[in-house]
Write a protein that binds this ligand. Structure first.
Ligand code: GAL
Length: 810
């Protein structure tokens, strides 16, 4: 029977002293060992008979380290069953095996394997025993290995991954064990998997109440009394609150029970997007003087509210969630998770002023949530892209009935301690919005979420946000989510009086980085009037923010509405980064998206600077496009600017005029006849120059420039440096149409892991040591080895002066 008791901090002063004693003597996690299990797997692409058998000879299989995505290593082909919508890369069946030993000393302990995510339909065996099947490619799951292990001997884990039946996704999924794997060893009495839940029910600047629930599992026959102790540490490692609770319990073999502890933290440092202060809660199970288990839970102390009129407040301060939607792929790295690659994406978005992430349309890698906690992003954590009705033939609708409860529970249990998460989404554009079955399913899903967490509101991302929507009618949703329909925002309360609003998905602006068509001042809706006067040259889309799909908007259109009304609590733009698959407005030969504010390689498109000028306090002056045109062509020049009253443009020293944003303008524009030379823009405030920018007509490609985002790397076999490759003329100007083929060489303690250039149409492999520039730029990503040392990277191209760069790893 569950035992639920509450002990207030400070009441058990004797225990408090004991707890402090344990902490001053030992800080490392005790009683539990969590080891990364990524290295040294064998892999076979294709079906294998008896692949699970311990004695199978796998010595001919490829050796690799996880995380691994085999699709990204394949060839882009129209015929691949994923279709261009799914990224046009191969799927198939893959087998992974790992042989490992477990120390004899672990006998009597409990051993688990944790998978953060396997795409998809995974079966796992240990020593020939089937442990389970999980169809959902995004969910994290654990199996207990204990009864089947050879302690002190050899063991074999075998994993079959089946991504052969396609299409099963509307975007690129990747294939394989694409997230981390962990081996966890605990005592038989231990804190359960995802066994803590921390909330902050009362927060003020003077004091915060922190409530912790701890679920203890005893799968042995432990019958002596033990104590649960918990301490809150601040970011400097100092204990700021301690609570001890004695549990006197005998004969509790094979039971699980839950206990609750409240703490007080005086003058807490609050978690915010500007200052994401993190505490941690360390919980121990102690018997006598032995720490049987120790478990760390992240803690951010904050309070937030969605209000029907005032919109969103965080720690009592009104603000908007300025978010983006992202899919899980990492461009040329595929879906294989890499923390540095995720961190870089978030850094690029943060510098734009973005403060929110929607994990469209599935549970993310846990590391993304850790980074959002640390870096100050508000997360909308999403569960499903469909329920019982399909979007594509073989998607999750096949498994929804049997698996939705388990998958949704696991997602909430895994994620609910992250302070960054402030919204749960139980679905994106669920086709059953239109059907009465939603009246049954939405409340059921809401009940699952609310049974595990009532501290965050629940939403669905609705593409039919009108009154006919059965999900909204069901009353199960706390926040009404609109996908698109930006011109209905202002009338929201006429439709839904007293309800709370969130723009779960907006925009879907279409752009190819570095490609421009004139004139730029009329909005083009694909496909209706897209061809006139656009040329569709090379499956490009003009990067003036003026092309949108019928359901979406340009970036400026939505932001203008969004910024007007307080009750519009926030938005998630489709999308922050380009992603593989869904190449709207085209299809093959295009194979990746045009929706990103940042391209697939991580190069910002121009509209990035519109957001930066609006969403940050930075002083911005960004002028575009380039200045290389046919003589006499009429060219539009746009400027995004901030912290200035006006911008003056000069061509070869002659003023083209002063422009000022008026009304709700977000940019200014000049139209002028091209003549080669220098364009110069000067922004001024109160008559004083704030910033100047120059663009020169570039000459022929002459040399390569390499710029590494980081030169000092960690020798951990995972760290990355993103090296920007620029094609310059002899004077150092980027050549805007350069497409030179650049060859890369790397020596030393790193490998070239992938290359890209952001071109959605390229079919070149990401895994080769060369890349053509696209609009003057390419990207090379190098990954360290586990040995420290220097890394020499060179880039050469026919007819160009080569470039070299030296990095180091420690
Ligand atoms: C939305 C959908 C997204 C993506 C987007 C493209 O309707 O929710 O997943 O497909 O359209 O504009």
């Amino acid at each position: 029977m569950p035992l639920k008791l509450i002990a207030k901090a400070g009441k058990l002063s004797g225990l408090l002293l004991v707890a402090l004693f344990f902490y001053s003597t030992s800080f490392a996690q005790q009683g539990r060992q969590v080891i990364n299990f990524d290295n040294g797997w064998r892999f076979n692409l294709g079906a294998v008979d008896n692949g699970e058998k311990s004695d199978l000879n796998d010595t001919q299989w490829r050796t690799l380290n996880l995380p691994h995505d085999w699709s990204i290593e394949g060839e882009f082909k129209k015929e691949n069953p994923a279709t261009p919508e799914g990224g046009a890369l191969p799927g198939g069946i893959g087998w992974y095996r790992k042989t490992f030993t477990v120390p004899a000393a672990s006998k009597g302990k409990a051993v688990y394997i944790d998978f953060d995510g396997v795409y998809q339909k995974s079966d796992v065996w240990v020593n020939g025993h089937h442990l389970g099947f999980r169809p959902n490619g995004y969910i994290s799951f654990r199996y207990e290995l204990t009864p089947y292990l050879n302690f002190g001997g050899k063991n074999v884990i075998a994993v079959k991954v089946d991504n052969s039946v396609q299409p099963n996704s509307r975007w690129y999924s990747g294939s394989g064990i694409y997230r981390n794997v962990w081996l966890v060893t605990t005592n038989k009495v231990a804190i359960d998997h995802w066994g803590t839940f921390v909330t902050t029910p009362k927060v003020s600047t003077a004091s915060a109440t922190v409530a912790l629930k701890v679920k203890v599992k005893n799968n042995g026959a432990h019958t002596s009394p033990f104590t649960i102790k918990s301490m809150i540490y601040d970011a400097a490692g100092k204990v700021v609150s301690t609570s001890g609770y004695a549990v006197l319990k005998t004969n509790m073999a094979d039971t699980a029970f839950e206990t609750a502890i409240n703490f007080t933290v005086k003058t807490p440092k609050l978690w915010s997007v500007e200052s994401p202060y993190l505490y941690k809660v360390v919980t121990q199970i102690v018997t006598g003087k032995t720490i049987i288990d120790e478990y760390t839970t992240p803690l951010g102390i904050r309070y937030f509210n969605f209000d029907a009129d005032k919109g969103f407040t965080l720690n009592g301060k009104q603000m908007k969630i300025l978010g983006v939607c992202n899919h899980h792929d990492l461009g040329s790295l595929g879906s294989a998770i890499n923390v540095r690659a995720l961190e870089r994406q978030l850094q690029i978005l943060k510098a734009m002023g973005c403060n929110g992430i929607r994990t469209s349309h599935n549970p993310p890698a846990p590391e993304l949530l850790d980074l959002c906690d640390k870096m100050g992003f508000i997360v909308m954590d999403e569960a499903f892209d469909c329920w019982e009705w399909q979007k594509v033939q073989y998607d999750y609708h096949l498994y929804f009935k049997e698996w939705h409860k388990r998958d949704l529970q696991d997602q909430i249990l895994r994620d609910r301690n992250h302070p960054s998460i402030m919204i749960w989404s139980i679905g994106n554009e669920i086709p059953q919005q239109a059907d009465s079955s939603a009246l049954r399913i939405a409340p059921e899903l809401a009940a699952i979420v609310h049974s595990l967490d009532t501290t965050r509101p629940l939403t669905t991302a609705n593409d039919r946000p009108d009154k006919s929507n059965k999900i909204i009618q069901s009353g199960a949703i706390d926040l009404i989510g609109y996908n698109y329909h930006q011109f209905d925002y202002a009338k929201f309360h006429d439709r839904y009086p007293g309800k709370k609003f969130i723009a779960t998905e907006t925009t879907s602006g279409l752009e190819t980085r570095g490609y421009y068509e004139m004139p730029s001042d009329s909005i083009r809706i694909w496909p209706e009037n897209y061809d006139k006067p656009f040329t569709r040259e090379g499956n490009n889309v003009s990067a003036f923010d003026n092309v949108r799909p019928p359901w979406g908007s340009t970036h400026e259109m939505t932001w203008k509405v969004m910024k007007k009304y307080d009750f519009l609590s926030g938005m998630f733009i489709w999308t922050g980064f380009d992603y593989l698959g869904e190449p709207t407005p085209y299809s093959w030969p295009s194979r990746s998206s045009y929706f990103g504010i940042v391209d697939l390689a991580g190069f910002p498109k121009d509209v990035y600077y519109m957001y930066q000028s609006e969403w940050t306090t930075k002083t911005v002056l960004h002028i575009f496009p380039h200045w290389n045109w046919e003589p006499g062509k009429m060219v539009d020049i746009w400027a995004y600017y901030s912290n200035a009253d006006e911008v003056e443009l000069f061509l070869n020293g002659k003023s083209i005029g002063i422009k000022k944003k008026t009304g709700d303008d977000l940019h200014v524009m000049w139209r002028l006849k091209f003549e080669p030379g220098t364009l110069k823009a000067v922004s001024r405030k109160n008559g004083k120059v704030v910033l100047t920018r120059e663009i020169h007509t570039a000459g022929a490609p002459a040399k390569i420039e390499l710029i590494a985002d980081r030169k000092q790397l960690k020798a951990d076999g995972k760290d990355l440096s993103f090296i920007t490759v620029k094609i310059l003329d002899k004077d150092g100007n980027v050549v805007p149409d350069a497409d030179n083929l650049v060859n890369f060489k790397i020596n030393g303690q790193a490998v070239l892991t992938s290359v890209d250039n952001g071109d959605p149409v390229s079919h070149d492999s990401f895994k080769v040591p060369y890349r053509k520039a696209f609009h003057g730029l390419a990207m090379a990503i190098v990954q360290t080895k586990e040995k420290a040392g220097s890394i020499n990277f060179t880039a050469t191209a026919d007819g160009l002066q080569s470039a070299a760069i030296v990095l180091t790893s420690k």
